[in-house]
Design a protein around this ligand. Structure first.
Ligand code: ADP
Length: 554
């Protein structure tokens, strides 16, 4: 439970961590976007200021004096002319015109206006000018008629989109406009020499800057300048639009926010963190699940172990009780009848044999599960070993009415095994074959060889093992859950001993079993015999020809 609580706390912390990392990243993205929006606004303000540069001194003029000097083009105030000259030299303006309010009607194309001649530095009256001049003057005149009464300053700049900029010169005391000064905007200069380069200077070029800006004429859907010529403009890509304040009304800035290296690094770090956290979570969950199942297994193992101890103690006590009772009767000298004496002796002998078998099994358990017990491998030729073994086992097999069929080539290569381990392996396999064959007690023992191994197969025609249990039968204390096993004595240790001893001797064990038909246990030991007649004799095809006369024990 504590583990589950701890895990929940760790998961909670991890989720919080991931969330704060995400929030941090989002914050960074937001900040970067906000900064870029501010830069867009700042850009438009700077463009506006650029227009004011050549005319910034106009407001310092004495408007009364200027008005008087404007009576005749040739007598215009000198300070005023200096400013006009400076503006005339600015590439931003291609032409400069002046119109006085008393010009009648001066709202239509062809009405006389003053034109500044840059070559001679003076104004001259003209009726030949572009339509945009009368348009710019008319717009400013209309706007000023509405504004002039409440206006407190002596200049007012009004734009006719990107065509012209008109400055209304105002006598703020008498609240009257004394003249309109119109500057024709050179669009090529404005875009190519000022706004375009300034875009790149402000926002940087290409994707690295984290923003793409287009200077767009929305009335004609035309891109005038951009910071990324390689990126094609599309309205779908636009994330933000910035208009120009009170000027260039047909134009605006369109921006697409891309990923700059800073944001990309932050995203990469977020992804990295997420991956590491996800990995850690999976590892943690895996560990938890593993620990849970290990604990379950350990618990059931402990239960089976204590059951085993109780059973063993009981089984050891039974023959001991018989031996001590028989011994007591004999030592009293009360039993004199030779027949009864023999019977007591037989009891003591049989029970001591039972005891010895049990102790041998216990020693097997200890030996198979201990790595410290030394293993004494000796070169062993299986056919000879098996013949000897079966001879020793004869009385056991006879008493259990078992038929044994041994089939082994006579020239099998030698294997290196501990013979007492091999004997325990066979004892256990044969014991099982007998126990789990309720009807026909038949044991087949076969020895085959291949270029690498010698295979020893022990088969029976017993109840067999259901498929679903086959992978567990080599586990300690595991017993198949069926009626026959329940009635049969055992602790689920035999096959685990067989497996451990086999592995200890460098071998492998497999089982092949069909319920109702019987089981085959195959143990393979590597041999070091050179390929030659010995091996040829043991190949499956030649095996029957060379096989020894089967030895039947019944
Ligand atoms: P046990 O002491 O129960 O015989 P083992 O480890 O030797 O323990 O065997 C584990 C289980 O495998 C047995 O309980 C039995 O159900 C099954 N088993 C082992 N050998 C055979 C066999 N030759 N035929 C059928 N079932 C077998």
């Amino acid at each position: 439970m504590f583990l589950a609580l701890g895990l929940t706390a760790v998961i909670g912390l991890t989720v919080m961590n991931v969330y704060s990392l995400y929030a941090l990243h989002e914050n960074k993205v937001q900040n970067s976007v906000e900064k870029q929006k501010r830069q867009l606004l700042e850009y438009t303000n700077q463009v506006r200021s650029r227009f004011r540069v050549p005319v910034r001194s106009l407001w310092q003029l004495d408007m009364e004096e200027l008005k008087a000097s404007l009576a005749t083009p040739s007598e215009v105030n000198r300070d005023f002319l200096d400013i006009i000259e400076e503006a005339g030299n600015d590439g931003l303006f291609s032409e400069i015109y002046l119109s006085t309010p008393d010009c009648t009607p001066c709202e239509h194309y062809g009405d006389p206006v003053w034109h500044y001649r840059k070559d001679i530095g003076r104004f001259e009256t003209t009726t030949v000018y572009e339509q945009l001049v009368s348009d710019g003057l008319a717009i400013t005149r209309t706007r000023m008629n509405a504004l002039v009464q409440d206006y407190r300053w002596n200049t007012r700049v009004i734009f006719d989109t990107h065509y012209s900029m008109t400055v209304a010169l105002i006598n703020s005391a008498s609240r009257e406009v004394i003249a309109y000064l119109l500057f024709v905007i050179d669009q090529d200069y404005l875009v190519q020499s000022y706004m375009g380069p300034k875009l790149n200077e402000t926002f940087g070029t290409g994707e690295e800057s984290g923003i793409i800006v287009w200077l767009h004429d929305w009335t004609r859907n035309e891109v005038l300048a951009t910071t990324a010529p390689e990126a094609t403009y599309s309205y779908q890509n636009v994330d933000f639009i910035q208009n120009f304040p009170d000027l260039l009304n047909n134009w605006n800035l369109k921006a697409a926010f891309t990923t700059n290296p800073d944001i990309a690094a932050s995203r990469a770090s977020l992804t990295r963190n997420l991956l590491v956290l996800a990995g850690a979570m999976i590892l943690l969950l895996g560990t938890f699940i593993f620990m849970f199942f290990t604990a379950q297994r350990e618990r059931s193992l402990a239960q089976r172990q204590s059951l085993f101890l109780a059973n063993v103690t009981h089984e050891l006590k039974t023959p001991l009780a018989v031996i001590s009772a028989a011994g007591e009767n004999l030592s009293d000298g009360r039993v004199t009848d030779p027949e009864r004496l023999r019977s007591y002796g037989a009891h003591i002998y049989n029970e001591s044999l039972r005891l010895r078998t049990m102790i041998d099994r216990l020693l097997d358990v200890a030996r198979s599960s201990s790595n410290n017990i030394r293993i004494r491998k000796t070169p062993t030729r299986l056919p000879e070993f098996l013949n000897g073994y079966l001879r020793k086992k004869k009385s056991y097999l006879e008493s259990h009415d078992v038929t044994v069929d041994l089939s082994a080539g006579d020239q099998m290569p030698e294997i290196e095994v501990d013979q007492s381990d091999l004997q325990s392996i066979l004892d256990n396999l044969i014991d099982n074959a007998v126990k789990y064959s309720p009807d026909e007690k038949f044991i087949g023992i076969q020895v085959n060889g291949d270029p690498d191994n010698v295979a020893l197969q022990v088969s029976d025609r017993g109840v067999g093992i259901p498929k679903k249990y086959q992978k567990y039968i080599f586990d300690k204390f595991f017993r198949v859950e069926d009626a026959l096993t329940a009635q049969t004595k055992g602790h689920g240790l035999g096959l685990s001993i067989v497996r451990d001893l086999t592995i200890r001797n460098g071998g492998t064990i497999t089982v092949n079993s069909t319920p109702g038909k019987g089981s085959v246990f195959t143990i393979r030991f590597p041999h070091n015999g050179p390929p030659g007649p010995a091996q040829t004799a043991s190949t499956p095809t030649q095996h029957h020809r060379k096989a020894q006369e089967p030895e039947h024990v019944s």
